[in-house]
Design a protein around this ligand. Structure first.
Ligand SMILES: Cc1cc2nc3c(=O)[nH]c(=O)nc-3n(C[C@H](O)[C@H](O)[C@H](O)COP(=O)(O)OP(=O)(O)OC[C@H]3O[C@@H](n4cnc5c(N)ncnc54)[C@H](O)[C@@H]3O)c2cc1C
Length: 187
């Protein structure tokens, strides 16, 4: 059995400080809390999400590093803005690698959503790609290890896929080629 409890920031010490806390410490895209000159970054924060722009708790190392960079810059008088915290999960379950990136659950057709799903029973593999317009907004994979970081690259660069969207809908396994053809140019 697998139990996933999630992440619960310990913010008890902030009681009475005036720093706004919901599920985590509320910060804006510059990592400013609700109290002037107090900044927060990392797992303890609820920062604007990459896609939603709304407060999200995405407690992973890349977000913490980005937020720390932004907070440090702004504490020194800069005007850095975070691109938003992105949901990323990579899990090794007894050797079976599963991943999810961004809006893996997709969006409705009324928002320009489209998706493709591949179930490869013979090789215990699964792949799901989610699009909004011609941009990859999310992905889920099981049993894929090669080049799986390209899925994150496509989501995070928001590279317009153009003709590659139709190719991926026909064959989602071509995500690395799509990344090289589109996101690397945009990066
Ligand atoms: C088991 C596990 C596996 C993970 N795997 C991954 C992974 O594969 N990929 C990934 O991207 N992320 C992973 N993470 C998440 C990653 O570790 C965190 O996102 C990252 O460490 C967050 O950095 P942080 O500086 O915000 O917090 P932390 O690294 O938790 O640092 C906070 C520090 O503050 C200290 N502290 C707490 N309270 C106080 C206080 N009152 N006064 C002074 N110091 C205090 C703590 O002791 C700690 O040293 C994993 C986390 C766990 C627990």
């Amino acid at each position: 059995m697998i139990c996933a409890a999630g992440v619960a920031p310990n913010t008890v010490f902030l009681a009475g400080s005036g720093v706004a806390v919901e599920r985590g410490i509320r910060v804006d895209a510059g990592m400013r809390t609700s109290v002037a000159d107090i900044y927060a970054a990392g797992d303890v924060t609820e920062a604007p999400g990459f896609h939603s722009g709304q407060p999200e708790l995405n407690a992973i190392q890349p977000n913490a590093v980005d937020q720390a960079r932004v907070a440090a810059h702004n504490m020194a008088g800069g005007t850095a803005v975070s691109g938003g915290s992105l949901a990323i999960n990579v899990l090794d379950t007894l050797g079976l690698i599963s991943t999810s990136f961004g809006q893996w659950q997709g969006v409705g057709k009324e928002q320009g959503g489209a998706s493709v799903e591949l179930v490869d029973d013979a090789k215990y593999r699964y792949l799901s790609l989610q699009f909004r317009g011609d941009v990859l907004i999310g992905a889920t994979s099981i049993g894929w290890t090669d080049h799986v970081g390209a899925l994150r690259g496509l989501v995070q660069t928001q590279a317009p896929l153009g003709e590659w969207k139709a190719r991926l809908l026909a064959d989602p396994t071509g995500f690395m080629a799509a990344y090289l053809a589109t996101a690397q140019k945009a990066a």
